[in-house]
Structures are given as C-alpha cells and as structure tokens.
Design a protein around this ligand. Sequence first.
Ligand code: G6P
Length: 356
Amino acid sequence: EDAEKGGYEHFMLKEIHETPRVIEDTLFEYLSEDIEIDASFSAGISEIVFIACGTSYHASLIGKYLIEKLSGIPVRVEFASEFIYHHPPMHRALAIAITQSGETADTLEAMRIAKKLGARTLAIVNVLGSTATRIADHVLYTRAGPEISVAATKSFIAQLIVLYLIALKLSRMPGSEVSRLVEELRIMPELVRKILEREDEIREIAERLAGFENMMYIGRGIGVPIAMEGALKMKEISYIHAEAYPAGELKHGPFALLGEQTPVVATLVPDDTYEIMLNNIKEVKARDSIVVAVAEENDMEVEKYVDHVIRVPRTEHIFTAITHSVALQLLAYYAARKRGCEIDKPRNLAKSVTVE
Ligand code: G6P
C-alpha cells in the first residue's frame, strides 16, 4: 500500500496532488482537436434536474450556478435519496446524475425513476462501465483515475471541469467570450499547482483550527456550494463539526453560535458579492470568531479584517470553485492530520454507498 501512495502519507494527499493532471486529462478528453462535448442530450429540454449524493451533490449545486448563469436554462438540484420518494415533475427535463463511482444506490434508483417519469438522462461518471453508465442515455466521463481515499477530492474537481464544459456548450454568450473562458480553463492546472506550492501556509492555518470542535463555513453566490463542500471535507475526515451557510443567512440564526470557540472560514469570490461578503466578515469578527478567508493573492483589503488569509491565484469568478475547493481540501486534510485521524478511511463512512 505504501508503494501505491507514491511517497505521500495518505492517498488523500496524493490524490489532491494529482488534480492538475486530472484537469488536463479531462480537458483533453473533450477539447483535444475537434472533439467537443456532444450536446445532443440537451435538444428540446426545458429544464435540467441534477440528482446526486455527497460531494457529487455539491458539484451539482455548482453546475446549477454555472448553467443558469451562462445559459439561462432553469436548473433544479435534488438529493438522490429524496428524489426517489417525492417523484417531482420532470416535464421535458434532462436529468443529470453525477456520481464518481457510478454505483451509489440512491443515485441509480433516482436515474431509473427519472427515466420512468419521461426524462432523458445524462450521467457524469468516473468509473468506466459502472452501473450508472448502463442506465443513462448519455454518459460523460471524468478522467480522475481511481480514487482510493473515501473523501472525494480530485474526482470532484474533474466533475466541475465537465460541468464548465457543459455550461459553456449550452451558453448563450458570444463565441469570443466562450473561447476566452475555455482558455482560462486551460490554465487551471497551472493555478492548482501554484496552490499546491503554498501548501505549508495552508497547513499552518489548518493546525491552528485543529483544536476546535465547531466551525462555520460561509460564502455567497458560487461561494455557497464551495463552502458546503469545504465543510463536508472538514467534517468527514477531521470529525470537527463544520456547518456551511450562505453568509447573508447568518443573521437568521447561526449568529447565535459564533464566538471565540467557533472559527469561521469565509470564501471570498471576486464578483458582485465581494463587498457584501466583507461586511459579513466584519459582522462575524464583531462576534469574536476567528476568521480564515480564502481570497485572491492580490487582495490587500481582506487582511485588514480577518485573522488568516489562504491565498489563491486570481481567476475568473466562476473558476474559484476549483481554486478555493483545492485550498479547502488541503485545509481539511491538514486539520485532520494534526488531530491524528484515519484520513483515508474515516469512521462510519464508505467510498461508495450501495444500499439505499
Ligand atoms: C459516499 C462517499 C462520498 C461521495 C458520495 C457519493 O458518501 O464517501 O465521498 O461523495 O458517496 O458518491 P458517488 O460515487 O455517487 O459520487
């Protein structure tokens, strides 16, 4: 097993380090020469319904943000485990199932029900030939390779890459704008490498958080699902109770939880949510919580208000789902490591849940 870890202490860290390659491989799959995503799956549909579980559910929330923003097509996101009991309307819908393993029982059942309800189905899957690929009408593979660690890392980023490509394919933006975003996507492996080079800074911050038992993750816009996935990583491997909230909702309840014993991780996206997020951070500081911000490397404003800044390279706001998520994966990893947790095999969890 040690040989397979390639010198890394855990598969999770090895897999996070494979992310630049995974992005390259997934982009190559769909952007090499003339190969493009065949968007025939979207013909005649009036809405998209994502069905997924766990980390793949968070990828779906980011997919919703991207597709609605870029194409204007309405998108719903359903937990597969809920979808199978409430059978929502699926009139002229495209159901997109996202599943790394292609074997999650709830997701498979939701796909079968979506088909019965008349929806066309597309599966975004990592494992070749898995059950989901046989149920779906269309399949798009992520090229993350085998993922051993229970906590999904590189496979999540690969799912995002496919979602960017779908959103760009369905977009109503001028071709020149689409090309510009595709070019930006192509430099993502480089940006992720830059984050990995600053791993020690993230480790130091993570080690300061490792002694707490409760944390809050906050964001706005695309920062909300980024925060949700960041909090999930933290709770599944470090066993710190980490909750994610849209920053504007804190005042409706979670403010009561803030204080010296509850650090807050704030994801700051460089778009029209930036200023209001800074205000939210000030509100959190006023309640004595330690604040860790994830922000762009050239952001000189945020450090005035927070205790620690995790710096990520500047990119188009939609691509912060990649840069911020990789940083938050490392934050969770190093907090869990400091706590001496069994990182690759967290208690009570399985890589693939094949029972409903
Ligand atoms: C399990 C894993 C998670 C994963 C979820 C969905 O809970 O521990 O990491 O996100 O299943 O798995 P899937 O293979 O459908 O993406």
